[in-house]
Design a protein around this ligand. Structure first.
Ligand code: F6P
Length: 378
């Protein structure tokens, strides 16, 4: 019997965290289950720092609010956790302490709201005997085994609105307007927003781009009397034979994800200016994509995910990730979500080991983009 559960939110903020929390708490209360929230994700689990959640108190009026009422931690891999020992930084497996905390305080299930690194740790806890249920979050939409993650639709919507605005300047001043969007090594945001926002070019990490091909596409538009172009660039896009543009490397790249991508939009703008003679300007959309109120779509998706996660707990189905599979609400084993990345503690999103869901060439979005003449850089 599930009597007491806790939620943790982990990784970068997205719109929809609070909607998931609210749905879990509502479904829990309806079934006489007490619900708690660990503060700042896995860090709260480690420090045993949690609060009671209730629909008549802190979990009320939060559906439309960005951020997370229980915080969220970045780079908190408790299986490889940064600690200072004798003045030296070392990385240690502190997961056993988390397991003890959960057992001592008698939590029957922990809900892990997060992206692929978060779900990797969730799976590792599940292997070590904790009852865990994951909920897939990230603006990048790169969690394996689900059609969509919460937060993604809001990010695409924000990028689309930005493209509408950039179109104005592009058209008025006969310019190339570049928009650099997030997504890490996945091109979902770039590709989907480029279709929604009517972009002429979309450069995604999955397709290394040839800048001459892009320049030629823009020149072909000029020949047709279109003296402006709108270009979307995913932050992880790379030129053919080149490498990703890194803005910063934190802590020497140790820990979870310590490489901050950024800057490819400026590179692309400069190269296109040289090749086309048109003025090109880059806008980096950045954290606008992650914050603020969720779209209606994300509110509904987050609510479905939260309610389903609590339902699974009531049914005693643990070690699962709630997903949308072929449009239907469902669940899969966390084992399948991590794929071959089975070593406990080995969490490294964006590496060959991670099981991130990238854009494949047979995806409808790729086909549609090509059909309507969006240049994908090759
Ligand atoms: O994974 C979500 C995301 O917003 C990525 O799209 C982006 O590369 C990254 O997080 C930025 O994270 P940080 O704020 O930690 O640099």
């Amino acid at each position: 019997m599930v009597k007491k559960v806790a939620i943790l939110a982990n990784g970068g903020d997205v719109s929809g965290f609070n909607a998931v929390i609210r749905a879990i708490v509502k479904t829990a209360e309806k079934n006489n289950v007490e619900c708690y929230g660990f503060i700042d994700g896995y860090r709260g689990l480690l420090e045993n720092n949690y609060i009671k959640l209730s629909t008549t108190g802190n979990a009320s009026g939060i559906l439309h609010k960005g951020g997370s009422i229980i915080g969220s931690s970045l780079n908190a891999n408790v299986f490889n956790y940064k600690v200072e020992e004798n003045g030296k930084i070392v990385y240690k497996d502190l997961s056993e302490k988390c397991i003890q905390n959960v057992k001592e305080d008698k939590f029957d299930c922990i809900f892990t709201l997060g992206g692929d690194s978060t779900q990797k740790s969730a799976r590792d806890f599940s292997v070590r005997g904790l009852n865990v249920i994951g909920v897939p979050k990230t603006i990048d939409n790169d969690v394996a085994c689900t059609d969509i993650t919460f937060g993604y639709n809001t990010a695409v919507t924000v990028a689309t609105e930005a493209l509408d605005r950039l179109h104005t300047t592009a058209e008025t001043h006969n310019r190339i307007m570049v928009l650099e969007v997030m997504g890490r090594n996945a091109g979902w945001i770039a590709l989907e927003s480029s279709i929604a926002g009517g972009a002429d070019v979309a450069l995604i990490p999955e397709i290394p781009y040839d800048i001459d091909v892009v320049a030629n596409a823009i020149k072909a538009r000029q020949k047709l009397g279109k003296n402006f172009s709108v270009v979307v660039v995913g932050e992880g896009a790379t030129p053919k034979g080149g490498s990703v543009v890194v803005k910063d490397v934190r802590e020497g790249g140790a820990g979870v994800i310590n490489t901050q991508l950024g800057g490819v939009g400026d590179v692309v703008a400069k190269e296109l200016e040289k090749r086309t003679g048109l003025i090109a300007r880059n806008t980096t959309l950045g954290y606008m994509q992650r914050g603020g109120t969720p779209t209606a779509y994300d509110r509904v998706l987050s609510t479905k995910y939260g309610a389903k996660a609590m339902e699974l707990a009531l049914e005693g189905k643990f070690g699962k990730l709630v997903v949308i599979k072929n449009g239907k609400l469902d669940s899969v084993d966390l084992e399948d979500v991590v794929g071959n990345n089975k070593n406990i503690g080995a969490v490294a999103a964006g590496t060959a080991d991670s099981n991130a869901k990238l854009v494949t060439m047979d995806d409808d979005l790729v086909k549609t983009a090509l059909d309507i003449g969006i240049c994908l850089g090759k």
